[in-house]
Design a protein around this ligand. Structure first.
Ligand code: C2E
Ligand code: MG
Ligand code: MG
Length: 678
């Protein structure tokens, strides 16, 4: 039959029942149905098929025998036929009809599929929108809300129905009047078909409370025309909370609640700039509590903390609200006073602070007395920027402390000069140590009984390009303060050690081989836990013979951590180094205490030696020291021997002498003359 030529498969049913069974299972582009069939005629069959799920709209063509057509036509159309064909019919006409129906069917199928796809995507979108944590609001061109997702409902604490249909104004700026609203950035952004992002805004809940949000608004544009807008927003309360905590941590002192160093600088920088612009004045005060460390050490850190809290309360009481009070760290405070009518104002405030601080502080049941030293610098006299003013106030405070504490000092230019020159000298000294402008001078030490040289003491000299030779009395304190003393010590040990190697080691007589060079060690050096190790490393690395090295330490250097010093001295002595106590008699140590230390020599301080022949008391002391030292197995050296004190020393049993009587400290070339001949 001609149906075989169709571009589609077809089913054939031999009865109405068969046709219904097939129709239950399949969709068809068209059904051809005879009217006259056994048991069930075509109309009945079509009625049943129409009720099946796939076939509400399936085109049905009835095929009739010739002559019957007239009576059936109406009935056929009533049950849903779309056409009649009378037998015998033209096959070509049937085929072209079926081809059209087939094409329509295929078209409908693909439309249905596309629709299903669209529905799927829509459902997916809705779910996505509802699952995102961001609130999403859809708006029409009038800024009326047409869509909200679940998150938006939660964040705005309202039901979907109460939001959709409202103007977005109710949630962004419900209190503004209409004109202001229309002129607002939000409305304008949409008007101009733009997008906008705001990281720091507020939305309203129920027109009652605001909450911080971050939002983006985007226009929806179709065919160059705005069809509406979308807002995506997030509640940033938590972030804001954390931010404000961080700001608090970053700008305020956690113990006292005062401004901290950061805020102090920020404030002062702004204020100085402002004062410069409008010609206003200001004062910076630096305060340091006197004896705070004692409170901490004796009453404990909790008491120290309590004291700081009470101190800041007293400061707040004395100062005006406009004044900035900052804790810069430890027991250091700064105050910035604004709009002073005269410099006397600052003096009055400083005096008031000193007065309230001299009242006792009550700490855990105990009265504690402290005081405060204050330095004051004023704008613009002492500086016009934060750094200069701060330095000036700090310097003035340092001077207040130096001149007896519990008072205040204004900065003056003398202080400035002194600081400047101090800074310069420190820098020069740093370079001098690096650049070998420090030289060891050598002063011979004489064995009294045998009248022979026993060695030298190396004494540092700074060969300054402009100022000439500078003595250690001047630069050692600077080196100590600037943390350069360790470097200086290492430098001297290396130079003197190399000199000792050159002078004493080699093919020489015992008279030379037994000589030593003494090097001075600062108290700060021996406080380092690995001091002995450092020295021994330096000596071995430079192949310096340890047995020619003597170290001189002062009494005070021994006393700080005696157990540790004893340990380190033992290490040094074990390695072959000898130890002398310098300036003996000027410290606080008792002779019996010295027994505990592994010491080879005592150097009696020059102040005792100077008085020989004049002060019998001193002579008695010298004798006692010598006897005592000998009984402990120690040798005694007299320092600063200038004249005929030598007889007394010899008769008292003193072992060695050193002083101008024999020689001043001299450069190595001159010192060489004292060496015994090979
Ligand atoms: P010191 O270790 O007690 O050195 C003895 C000081 O007395 C030296 O002063 C020396 O020149 C001086 N002197 C020696 N004989 C006489 C004398 O007969 N009469 C008088 N009036 N003085 C005499 P100098 O060289 O000025 O050193 C002073 C101090 O500086 C030293 O006292 C020492 O404590 C320290 N010092 C020197 N060089 C160094 C060093 O390299 N490192 C360390 N840490 N301190 C050093
Ligand atoms: Mg010395
Ligand atoms: Mg000395």
């Amino acid at each position: 039959m001609a149906l075989e030529t169709l571009p589609s498969a077809f089913d054939r049913a031999l009865s109405g029942e068969d046709a219904i069974e097939l129709a239950k299972e399949n969709e068809y582009a068209a059904i051809l149905m005879d009217i006259n069939m056994p048991r069930m005629n075509g109309f009945e069959c079509v009625e049943k098929i129409r009720n099946l799920p796939f076939h509400r709209l399936t085109p049905i063509i009835f095929i009739t025998a010739a002559g019957n057509q007239e009576g059936y036509i109406r009935q056929g159309y009533e049950v849903g036929a779309i056409d009649y064909l009378s037998k015998p019919f033209d096959e070509d006409i049937l085929l072209s009809k079926l081809n059209i129906l087939l094409a329509l069917f295929n078209e409908r199928k693909s439309t249905e599929e596309a629709l299903a796809q669209v529905r799927f995507l829509q459902r997916q979108h809705e779910q996505l929108l509802n699952f995102t944590a961001e609130g999403i609001i859809g708006l029409d061109v009038e800024n009326v809300i047409t869509f909200v997702n679940t998150a938006a409902c939660t964040l705005l604490t309202a039901k979907r129905n109460d939001i959709v249909g409202q103007s977005i104004k109710d949630f962004i700026d419900p209190l503004s009047n209409n004109n202001d609203w229309m002129a607002s950035e939000f409305v304008q952004t949409f008007k101009e078909n733009q997008c906008n992002q705001d990281d720091n805004s507020l939305f309203w809940r129920n027109k009652q409370a605001q909450f911080p949000v971050q939002y983006t608004q985007s226009s929806i544009i179709e065919d160059d025309e705005r069809k509406g807008g979308v807002i995506i927003f997030q509640d940033i309360s938590e972030r804001k909370e954390i931010e404000s905590q961080l700001v608090n941590l970053a700008k305020f002192d956690q113990l006292t609640g005062l401004s901290n160093r950061t805020l102090y600088w920020e404030f002062l920088e702004k204020l100085t700039a402002n004062c410069q612009r409008i010609g206003d004045n200001l004062c910076v005060m630096f305060l340091d509590l006197d004896h705070f460390k004692d409170i901490n050490d004796t009453l404990g850190h909790d008491a120290g903390d309590l004291l700081l809290v009470q101190a800041s309360e007293r400061l707040k009481d004395v100062l005006r609200n406009a004044d900035l009070i900052a804790r810069l760290g430890g027991d250091e405070f700064a105050v910035v006073l604004q709009q002073m009518t005269s410099i006397n104002d600052a003096a009055n405030v400083a005096q008031k602070i000193i007065d309230v601080f001299s009242q006792p502080f009550y700490l855990f049941g105990k009265d504690a007395y402290i005081g405060t030293s204050i330095g004051i610098a004023s704008f613009p006299e002492h500086g016009t920027d934060a750094i200069t003013l701060t330095k000036a106030a700090d310097t003035a405070m340092y001077h207040a402390k130096k001149s007896g504490r519990n008072n205040f000092k204004f900065f003056d230019n003398d202080m400035h000069m002194r600081i400047q020159s101090h800074i310069e000298v420190t820098n020069e000294l740093r370079l001098a140590i690096k650049g070998c402008d420090i030289l060891p001078y050598y002063q011979p030490i004489i064995h009294i009984a045998e009248n022979r040289i026993s060695g030298f003491e190396a004494l540092a000299r700074w060969n300054h390009k402009d100022k000439g030779m500078i003595s250690p009395g001047v630069f050692i304190p600077i080196a100590e303060e600037a943390g350069l003393i360790e470097d200086l010590g290492q430098f001297m040990l290396l130079k003197a050690g190399q000199q000792a190697n050159q002078w004493f080691t080699g093919n020489y007589s015992d008279a030379r081989n037994n000589l030593t060079i003494a090097i001075n060690v600062a108290a700060k050096q021996i406080k380092q836990k690995n001091f002995s190790e450092q020295i021994l490393t330096l000596l071995t690395e430079n192949k310096i013979a340890v047995n020619h090295i003597k170290l001189e330490l002062t009494e005070s250097a021994l006393m700080d951590d005696p157990m540790d010093v004893i340990r380190q001295l033992n290490d040094l002595r074990k390695a072959g180094i000898t130890i002398a106590i310098d300036d003996f008699g000027t410290g606080y140590s008792s002779l019996s205490y010295l027994k505990k230390f592994p010491i080879d020599y005592l150097k009696i301080d020059q102040s005792f030696i100077r008085d020989i022949g004049e002060d019998t008391n001193d002579e008695a002391i010298i004798r006692a020291i010598i006897q005592m030292a000998h009984s402990l197995g120690q040798k005694v050296i007299a320092e600063g021997v200038e004249t005929q004190q030598l007889d007394f020393l010899a008769s008292s049993g003193c072992d060695y002498a050193q002083g101008f009587l024999f020689s001043k400290p001299v450069p190595w070339g001159e010192a060489e003359k004292f060496l015994p001949v090979r």
